[in-house]
Write a protein that binds this ligand. Sequence first.
Ligand code: NAD
Length: 422
Amino acid sequence: MPKIVFVCREGSDEPRVSASPESVKRLSGLGLSILVESGAGLSSGVPDADFEATGARIAGPGEVGSADIILKVNRPTAAEMASYRPGAVVFAVMDPYGNEAALADMAKAGLTTFAMELMPRITRAQSMDVLSSQANLAGYRAVIDASHEYGRAMPMMMTAAGTVPAAKVFVMGAGVAGLQAIATARRLGAVVSATDVRPAAKEQVASLGAKFIAVEDEEFKAAETAAGYAKPMSEAYQAKQAALVAEHIAKQDIVITTALIPGRPAPKLVTRAMLASMKPGSVAVDLAVERGGNIEGSEKGKVADVEGVTVIGYANVAGRIAASASALYARNLFAFIETMVDKGTKEFAVNAEDELVKATMLTNGGEVVHPNFAAAAAAHAGEAPVVVTATPAGEPAAAKPTRARKKPDAETTGDAAAEETL
Ligand code: NAD
């Protein structure tokens, strides 16, 4: 019997979908049988007929109970999980940090769950990297949203009636979203500058034709973790960074913030006083608003006036470009699932020894198995944490007690020696 894959229709606040006609075709090619919940693709511009045309059967929501593999964009709610069968394998963006109680619930429901955003950033897994695929589109969309609110032109225009100056855009955080924001703002003709705490960002910013602005002291030189992420910076560094930013931001028309630190609240980078120093009509976009925000006064899901600046705090910005975001997310999911299907026998099985599985599997065999969350989830469930050994998908795991590992990226850096560069 081929394994049944069920593509869920998301809740009303999520326009994206976890499959595309292309991914349905390719998943069918792996020997899987695909059910797509009626209307699942509508907000991404994919009617049921397009899924049917590439080999899916359109199903009612009740049929999710027959599924072996469940594809979602967001972590399933308790109500959704109630209709899944124990042993089902669920792939989604799970938002696990701070949501250990929900992870404990998924374990209790007997689900094997994978958090796509925990995919390691290694060459083999590049095609499965949902953080990159979604952040890229969010960075692009942030510039489009900013230009929509900005009452002036982005490029310099020399006309018979006079010259319109180019907009000055400052991007804070030059990771995946930030670099795409820089590239997009440059394409629209803006004069772009950017900052980051990771030294590696300096060259990338320059290669996109933007000016790099940062406090380049000893702490900056050591601000990147082995995994390529930013470390939380010391208070002394933050103070120097704030002074530099305050001076720079007063001359900008548009600020786009994207700064994140894995597993922690977003660093506050733009104060109300900095916003107040900007010219009337200026615009700021806070792409970190869902993680606490980089900008003081930004409001999740809203466009707010803060100290005379239009501060855009849209949530789920990738969802604002849903057709493209869904297509890329569907490819990320396909690439991961493909690694779990034997090419010869077409058997689907989870290999718990695979480094991608180890990094992303949250629950299995009734337990929260991911070392970053096991202890906290066990506290919610009132039990000792466990880890699993290799098990086929959906089967109960052999569990043994262990201590949860410390979260990565939790160390701070200390050198306060300063040399500021403009
Ligand atoms: P992220 O979303 O975690 O953070 C966004 C950016 O904010 C980062 O560049 C970070 O350095 C920056 N930041 C954090 N604190 C800051 C502060 N106080 N001030 C200014 N900036 C601050 O990062 P990301 O976009 O996921 O990218 C993280 C890294 O992973 C980058 O080096 C990126 O190039 C790399 N990456 C590697 C791969 C791969 O190898 N497959 C894929 C994607 C990204």
